[in-house]
Design a protein around this ligand. Structure first.
Ligand code: 5AD
Ligand code: FES
Length: 362
């Protein structure tokens, strides 16, 4: 007979089978899991929620990931690249509204003009905020030299989702060529960590071909890699992408949503002191999705501060929320939502991953 959930929740080490069991829990068992993960969050992180003002600065991308709406091979996307002064304006907004940190996210490019432009932007953001604004970047796979350049220019956190820790699954959701190699993804994560970034990764949940064992392995991968931050969300099919042909074999959206919450809860129990973001994709399924994730384990939220006219063109998946709102709308809305979820916003703080600090002191 398989172990009782209550019994597993009392352990402080978890086998792969235990994790699978937790990920499959439902009803009262799922409730018990969420009670435990909220307790662990409160004990280790407290009620604080930290903001990362998100600027999706460009949807021009050289990659062709089979799940992503802005893949290079989608001719239906209106491509944009926000001018530097607009990006700096958004950074100023984040600084003036005491966000503590911002995230610069964009499609992947690595030509030297692009690399220099980002370097320059990072320096400018540091300058305009008197070094006060923390900067996370999320611009895909780059050379170690580029990562180092951006680190020296002022970025101190980097998000690069591994998408799946299983190389076989990775190869099913990416084109089969050198530009989309799982090994390169891992090498990049390692470089980021070696350079000294607070390193973030994550996976999509509910992908075609994905099993519970894959997801349990994803959690074990994050632990093994000693990752500082995680952002993971449900996979949401996009009808202009190749993976859409597998839509009939997917879990229903609500099940993907619940499974994402259980992934966050289990991760919080296993990695008590990391930063876990409440992914925007949760809100594409449930209007209160991001608040629910905060309650059961997440502690980071990324209000969108991208200039409104470009938001509708950064559709990695369909039904993305907040595409008509402006930065002020999202800020007020997030504040109300976090208060509702009994959280407290850590205004003006960087909100660094405690795990990163603990790792440094080891
Ligand atoms: N559904 C959910 N998440 C997606 N991403 C890209 N496409 C989708 C999709 N269809 C996620 C990937 C990527 C991040 C920026 O967005 O995990 O790393
Ligand atoms: Fe954007 Fe609520 S967070 S409108």
């Amino acid at each position: 007979m398989s172990k009782k959930i209550e019994q597993i929740l009392l352990q402080d080490q978890f086998s792969k089978d235990d994790i699978i069991r937790l990920l499959q829990s439902k009803d009262d068992e799922e409730k018990a899991l969420f009670v435990k993960s909220s307790e662990i969050k409160l004990e280790n992180i407290g009620k604080n929620v930290h903001f990362r003002g998100l600027v999706e600065f460009s949807n021009i991308c050289k990659k062709d990931c089979l799940y992503c709406g802005i893949r290079a091979g989608n001719p239906k996307v209106d491509r944009y690249d926000i001018a530097d002064d607009q990006i700096l304006k958004a950074a100023k907004f984040a600084h003036e509204h005491n966000y503590g940190s911002m995230v610069l996210q964009g499609g992947e490019r690595s030509d030297s003009a692009f690399v220099d432009r980002i370097t320059n932007l990072l320096k400018e953001i540091k300058k305009l905020s008197n070094n006060e604004l923390g900067i996370t970047i999320s611009i895909g796979e780059q050379s170690e030299e580029t990562y180092k350049k951006w680190f020296d220019a002022g970025a101190h956190r980097y998000l690069l989702r591994v998408e799946s820790s299983n190389p076989k699954l990775y190869s099913k959701i990416h084109p089969d060529n050198d530009e989309h190699s799982h090994q390169t993804r891992l090498k990049c994560l390692k470089s980021l960590q070696d350079i000294g970034y607070q390193t973030g990764t994550g996976v999509m949940i509910g992908l075609p071909f994905q099993t519970y064992e894959d997801l349990a392995n994803d959690i074990l991968f994050m632990k093994e890699f000693d990752i500082d931050m995680v952002g993971m969300g449900p996979f949401i099919e996009h009808d202009q992408t190749p993976l859409y042909e597998h839509k009939d074999g997917l879990m229903n959206l609500n099940d993907r949503f619940r499974l994402t919450l259980r992934m966050i809860a289990v991760l919080r129990i296993i990695m008590k002191d990391i930063n876990i973001a409440s992914a925007t994709a949760l809100q594409a399924i449930d209007p209160l999705g991001r608040e629910k994730a905060l309650k059961i384990g997440a502690n980071i939220i990324m209000p969108n501060i991208t200039p409104t006219q470009e938001r509708a063109n950064y559709l990695l998946y369909q039904n993305k929320p907040c595409i008509d709102e402006g930065a002020d709308d999202c800020t007020n809305c997030m504040e109300a939502r976090i208060n509702m979820a009994d959280g407290e916003i850590g205004y003006g703080q960087w909100g660094d991953s405690k795990h990163f600090k603990n790792r440094q002191n080891k």
